[in-house]
Design a protein around this ligand. Structure first.
Ligand code: SAH
Length: 391
């Protein structure tokens, strides 16, 4: 694709870009010349020297997203190189699973492009107008580098509206089954690609699921709220725990039950609103040895941060009476907008309001196929606090 026009940054705004931060905010732009929404453009510093090539969309909160700090042509070959560069970070996962995130947007220096693969079937989410326009370059590159069994586009995220994009769901290459079989730590799992949430499965919790399975002792009871297709429950039950899963989404629960069946595990999966279920006393099934709280992001923007903090307070407040003293409360937060420190604060207030204490034993993050370059703090989004209830 041709590079169109140029944007000039205000004085002092080039340094963070040179240091690998990929976003330019509206207020940081000094001038733009001959650029339209959805194109590639040259980015210049205040002295008018070349800084980067980025994508442009005036409608976006971050009108410029950096693709490269080199003055290089953006071609199919460029995407081939980027895809190849993403491979080493995932290499060690092959021993554990056949499925991982192949490309994590800015964290893999491909802003606006998310690609997960499940046992050779690729699921793509396009989050920016420019990446949409660049499809004729990255799609053949993706096929050349990975030889996927199929590629499915599932771009239904709320963020697309802001970019002026509608949702788009279609087969890009071959034909992707609605449900794909994958394996993780020897477990056989169904991924509801077409009907499930996001790309179909939460690959980012892989390490924490595994750590939790190592942590539970045989016979201990676990309440897994926001269980989706059963990830935590399946792993912990195989380790000998007695789990109960709760989620609000019927298709997720159907898949969870089928996942339990095909791995010869017995797990009750209950359809309920987790907030109400905890508040109403967990059907009298408690108190549990351990409780997992893994709610959805809620806060995608900073304005919603307080809503998420309040939601976490509420979950912890109502979970605590259903947790045995000495038990583990795992509180996961997948929103960058609410830091782990603020998450702790919400938990601290909830524990105090209930007259009990919590000790932070561990803090785990997203797994390695969701890279977290420290130059781009927004990439470290998933935090799981392992909090031990006082006696
Ligand atoms: N723990 C899961 C991922 C959870 S994703 C795993 O490891 O795979 C968040 C889940 O919360 C989704 O499955 C969604 O259906 C569910 N959810 C959203 N709101 C809910 C609510 N109020 N009560 C119960 N589940 C809810």
């Amino acid at each position: 694709m041709e590079i169109q026009g140029q944007v000039t940054l205000k004085h002092g705004r080039a340094k963070k870009i040179r240091n690998q931060y990929p976003w330019v905010q509206r207020g940081e732009l000094h001038r733009k010349e001959n650029v339209e929404d959805g194109v590639l453009t040259r980015v210049l510093d205040a002295k008018q020297d070349f800084l980067a090539i980025g994508t442009y969309n005036g409608k976006s909160r971050f009108p410029v997203r950096i693709l490269t700090l080199k003055d290089e042509p953006i071609t199919e070959e460029f995407f081939v190189r980027r895809f190849r560069e993403s491979i080493p970070a995932r290499e060690s996962l092959k021993r554990i699973t056949d499925s991982w995130r192949v490309v994590f947007s800015e964290a893999d220096r491909l802003p606006g492009l998310i690609i997960d693969q499940f046992n050779g079937h690729f699921v793509v989410q396009v989050r920016s107008l420019a990446m949409e326009n660049l499809k004729s370059l990255w799609l053949p590159a993706l096929i050349a580098v990975f030889q996927p069994k199929s590629i499915y586009e599932k771009s239904e995220m709320a963020g697309r509206k802001e970019e002026g994009l509608d949702s788009r769901v279609e087969h890009l290459h071959g034909s992707t089954p609605d449900v794909v079989e994958m394996s993780e730590h020897g477990m056989n799992l169904l991924v509801p690609i077409a009907e499930g949430l996001k790309t179909g499965f939460y690959l980012d919790q892989r390490n924490t699921r595994h750590d939790f399975a190592q942590f539970v002792r045989p016979g201990e009871t676990v309440l897994d709220t926001f269980c989706y297709t059963g990830g935590f429950s399946l792993a912990a039950t195989r380790a000998g725990a007695k789990c109960t899963g709760v989620d609000i989404l019927p298709i997720a629960l159907d898949t969870a039950r089928e996942n339990a069946r095909r791995n010869n595990l017995e797990i009750p999966f209950i359809e309920a609103n987790a907030f109400e279920y905890l508040e109403a006393g967990v059907d009298g099934l408690g108190p549990f040895d351990h409780i997992i709280l893994d709610p959805p992001a809620i806060a995608k923007t900073s304005e919603k941060r307080d809503a998420l903090k309040w939601a976490i307070w509420k979950l912890v407040y109502h979970a605590l009476p259903n947790l045995k003293p000495g038990g583990m409360l795992m509180v996961c937060n997948c929103s960058y907008q609410l830091t782990w420190q603020s998450t702790i604060e919400a938990c601290r207030i909830a524990a105090s309001d209930k007259g009990t204490t919590l000790n932070l034993e561990r803090l785990t993050f997203q797994d390695i196929d969701h890279p977290a370059p420290i130059h781009f703090p927004e990439s470290l989004y998933l935090k799981c606090l392992w909090l031990r209830k006082g006696r």
